[in-house]
Design a protein around this ligand. Sequence first.
Ligand SMILES: Cc1ncc(COP(=O)(O)O)c(C=O)c1O
Length: 484
Amino acid sequence: MEKLREELLILENKISKLEPNKSQRAELLNKLEQYADNFIGQLDDSLSFRGNETKDSSRLAIDGTTASIEEIISIFEEEVDTPGLNPASGGHLGYIPGGGIFATAMGDFIAAISNRYAGLYFGSPGAVRLENRLIDWMKMVFNYPDSALGNLTSGGSIANLIAITAARDHFGIEGEKVQKAVVYLSEQTHHCVHKALRIAGLNSVVIRNIPLDEAFNIRVDALEKMIISDKKAGLYPFLIVASAGTTNIGNIDPIEKIADIKDKYNLWLHIDAAYGGFFILVDELKSKFKGIERSDSLVIDPHKGLFLAYGLGAVLVKNQKAILKSHHYRASYLIDATKNDEEHSPADLSPELTKHFRGLRLWIPLKLYGVEIFANALKEKRGLCIYFLEGVKKLGFKVGPEPDLSVGIFQYIHESIDSNTFNKTLMDEIHEDGRVFLSSTLINGAIWIRVAVLSFRTHVSTVDRCLEMIKDCLQRTELKLALK
Ligand SMILES: Cc1ncc(COP(=O)(O)O)c(C=O)c1O
């Protein structure tokens, strides 16, 4: 016993570095603060995309040796923060940006220091209450009933998965029923919905791609015809997935009319509003979301529309029974943890048990800044998208349908060369340039370049820089393809 005690005291001494003292903490924080200040300070002048440049990526490997905080920061800067896309930059206008407001870091910092257990109410009633109040706020924003449940997820993909499993379990889609079950979605549905169906054991359901109109919106007449014909054929239609802000084009499906169909045929309507949902905060755009409150489940991503750093999505589900059926479980070792549940616990509404206390990264900014500031930022992003499209039109580009939100598409039609070859080469030039990052997409076989304005750091000057860059790249593309 004495010997063991001595060994334990030696071990305690050996691991004491894991709890730095006040001055050590201050020194570490000071170094991190300096890095953060430099990083944020140079964002305006740095490239948004840098290709593959790294110094020596082998330094990322874990080999058991130790390094000083200065060395660690330098490895991080050179090997992680330099190559590829810089999502913190306002010049990130590709995919779906967000930026990462500073207050996210404050929330994550405090969450990690206090390490509150936000999975079950018993462990941290305050943390669970805080997350549930955020869900309540979202229910209010989208006019969902008080009885709806919700969960803060790591992102939109897991949020969509939770909604899909709830729909599955509401209708009891299992066993032989799977192959006769029908899901209606569109070519513009985000691919994470297909992944969710696969993960949820619904790989062999019948998937119907609803035809789209010229603005890439779901055609409701075609949807209804499909449902009628599937029912006649003895199939089991159960789920419609619509988008409020597609990733490719940013368009919003005709939600109200789709909700009429779902009521008429008693189907589950899921809306993926991961990108577009928070634009509902902008007064002028509210009417575009009419009917969203009639959906059965809804996905919205604060790490997109509320500009948080990556790591926060959200799902709302109206049918309590359905979402609990998928996720509620009582393990024998958790019997104490289920007493006095005054609130629904996140662990009962998602696949996660122990989880990051991610609510804090949204709660702090909403408390610190209020809500209106986010509405104004979103209004600015939409305006910038329109401003940008006017600008590329002037440069001779063809632009796609008028954007519903802040994603637009454009392409250059050159009289003497195939359009895909030209736009692919132009895209390569844009990536090579790197001043601003754009991404492209394939729509009906044609390459379109996308502009997605959603970083809180994107402003008029960024869009002007982007237009200048495109003008330069256009010239370089013509030279490269010997068109000049
Ligand atoms: C409309 C839409 N749904 C779902 C997702 C997936 O979300 P996440 O990347 O947060 O998992 C995205 C991502 O861009 C999206 O735009």
